[in-house]
Ligand binder design. Structure first.
Ligand SMILES: *[C@@H]1O[C@H](CO)[C@@H](O)[C@H](O)[C@H]1NC(C)=O
Ligand SMILES: *[C@@H]1O[C@H](CO)[C@@H](O)[C@H](O)[C@H]1NC(C)=O
Ligand SMILES: *[C@@H]1O[C@H](CO)[C@@H](O)[C@H](O)[C@H]1NC(C)=O
Length: 467
């Protein structure tokens, strides 16, 4: 058996502690996790017994979306309750972290800390160095140092380098023999261990808490998928250890468990790997929330459109913490836990919004008339010809408009026509025919030319939302 020390940063175990009557929060963003597991999302080919159990006891969101499909902007967004156009943290241009834009903003863990909670973190809550030093001391209580994220280096062996030519960062992605490298060799194990110790500490201390801890030729493609799925099972086992500790310490009944992916992931679909696109595969995330004091929600699935930027308000409301300031974006969807059966339209009405989720992604073209504009257009490679792709998912459609970017105003040129548009038909995946979690059928064909009136309507919707 080979264990994979792969792409996952796993648990962003965020524990908020509150003193007194309060509920606790165990906040777990998992790096690169797709909504792909049995109980919550219907796929039968990955072994995830712990996530399955959690899903049975939780409210599972089928239509949850990140705001920017790569770690730094996504995490800066959900950790501050603000969209990328507000944080000015995009990939490749803008600022490296939200503190440059909002030095005094109150981050999600900081909000709990300011309200009497002990907030301890470890792993990838924020991305390393974005903000610097995990936003210590602002975001975290000083009882214990932040447990920093680190990746073990791959040993220099032949097996370790087998995927070398296809995997960007061979130093941290490799198969390992589990006899030689026991569980405790892996960072995820260490973080789970640390988290369990932290839970003990917090339980003894008393009071409410917030804890945030955190895995190309056809044969190689299969190896990578295999490795990815093995990583999901590995992360599942580490999450299982933390959840078991909550049970063993009788903390589960008073602890909100929030498990989600920081963005989605392509495993070769659309000839694309990893995230960094505006497609459903990259922006849709798993979101599983267990609130034992909201029994109506247990084991239910929601088709409400929710966004990671909503978590700040939603978590605050679900645990009875003071509501955040007006400058926090997003909408609390806590009320859905009492009416879990609302469909997407009814849920949006109940939340006083439209059923929609918004994401965005940057592109920089080397040359405006390059023959293959999709080649090498990452903004980290070139800073010329900048575009922002704004994307909206509504019931039955995804629409993306690539808008020219004005660097001097840090804003898209909404007064101009989009440079290019994409429209994808989701009638099938949003239907009740059980295909909503089919990873291969969505977004194969751009149907913008065939549906000009839908394009027009959704362009207006994007513009009025973002402009
Ligand atoms: C790894 O092994 C190869 C082949 O033996 C060798 O050329 C290389 O220098 C080694 N790299 C490190 C970092 O030790
Ligand atoms: C588990 O975590 C505790 C607390 O951080 C630490 O003291 C201990 O050394 C860890 N165990 C291992 C095997 O790393
Ligand atoms: C993209 O970059 C790769 C590696 O730098 C290079 O081999 C390739 O020719 C580039 N493609 C284009 C269209 O510039």
């Amino acid at each position: 058996m080979v264990a994979y020390n792969y792409i996952f940063a796993f648990l962003l175990l965020a524990l908020f502690i509150t003193i007194g009557e309060g509920k606790n929060v165990l906040f777990m963003p998992v790096d690169d996790l797709r909504p792909e597991m049995l109980e919550a999302y219907d796929q039968k080919y990955i072994h995830t017994p712990n996530l399955d159990r959690l899903a049975k006891e939780s409210f599972v969101f089928q239509r949850a979306y990140c705001q920017h499909a790569v770690c730094i902007p996504s995490r800066n967004s959900f950790m501050t309750g603000r969209r990328p156009d507000t944080t000015h943290v995009w990939i490749g241009f803008g600022n490296a972290n939200f503190r440059v834009t909002g030095p005094d903003w109150i981050s999600l863990p900081e909000h709990f800390k300011k309200n009497g909670y002990t907030t301890l973190g470890g792993g990838k809550t924020f991305h390393p160095n974005s903000p610097p030093n995990w936003d210590e001391p602002k975001s975290w209580s000083q009882d214990q140092p932040y447990f920093p994220f680190s990746l073990a280096k791959c040993p220099n062996t032949t097996t370790a380098h087998k995927l070398g030519a296809y995997v960007a960062d061979i130093d941290t992605w490799c198969p390992l023999d589990e006899k030689e490298y026991p569980d405790s060799y892996h960072y995820d194990w260490q973080l789970a261990n640390h988290t369990i110790h932290t839970l003990k500490y917090l339980k003894d201390k008393g009071g409410p808490w917030f804890v945030a801890p955190e895995p190309i030729p056809i044969e190689i493609q299969q190896s990578i998928r295999h490795a990815y799925y093995a990583s999901v099972s590995w992360v599942d086992s580490q999450i299982g250890r933390v959840l078991q500790a909550l049970d063993d310490m009788s903390l589960a009944d008073d602890t909100l468990v929030v498990l989600f992916g920081d963005h989605g992931f392509q495993l070769g679909e659309h000839d694309s790997w990893a995230k960094m696109t505006n497609w459903e595969l990259a922006v849709r995330v798993p979101l599983i929330i267990r609130a034992p004091w909201k029994p109506a929600s247990a084991g239910k699935r929601s088709h409400a459109f929710v966004e990671l930027v909503d978590l700040y308000r939603t978590i605050s409301e679900l645990v009875g913490a003071p509501s955040p300031g007006d400058d926090i974006e997003g909408v609390s969807f806590a009320s859905l836990f009492d009416s879990p059966d609302l469909n997407a339209h009814e849920a949006a009405l109940a939340l006083n919004k439209t059923p929609a989720a918004y994401s965005q992604y940057t592109r920089c073209l080397k040359s405006i008339d390059a023959p293959k504009q999709w080649d090498n257009n990452s903004c980290s490679e070139t800073s010329k010809n900048k575009f922002m792709g704004y994307s909206v998912r509504v019931p039955n459609w995804r629409y993306t408009a690539w808008m020219e970017w004005d660097d001097s105003r840090l804003k898209a040129k909404w007064e101009s026509e989009p440079y290019a548009v994409e429209l994808y038909d989701h009638h099938k995946s949003d239907g009740a025919d059980g295909t909503e979690n089919d990873f291969n059928q969505c977004e194969i064909e751009n149907v913008a030319d065939k549906n000009p009136e839908v394009v027009k309507e959704l362009q207006n919707q994007l513009k009025s939302f973002f402009n």
